[in-house]
Design a protein around this ligand. Structure first.
Ligand code: SF4
Ligand code: SF4
Length: 60
């Protein structure tokens, strides 16, 4: 799965609409990824200008 490094994410929201499984949400001005929905497609990793999304493990 992928997790957002909250120290680096500036909550620009740029990744939210691009996630094909709608796994990314804004919660209290913080961007979070639902691990149940994330397929580790890495689109958010590629689009984030700040390298905030980090791949923790490949999708099984
Ligand atoms: S890796 Fe893909 S599925 Fe997972 S949160 Fe990012 S864009 Fe969504
Ligand atoms: S694109 Fe990057 S900085 Fe913007 S909300 Fe997504 S993870 Fe955060």
């Amino acid at each position: 799965m992928v997790r957002i490094n909250t120290d680096e994410c500036v909550s620009c929201g740029g990744c939210i609409d691009l996630c094909p499984t709608v796994a990314i949400r804004m919660v209290d001005d913080r961007v979070v990824i639902d691990p149940e929905k994330c397929t580790t497609c890495k689109i958010c990793v590629q689009v984030c200008p700040l390298n905030a999304p980090r791949v923790l493990e490949e999708a099984g």
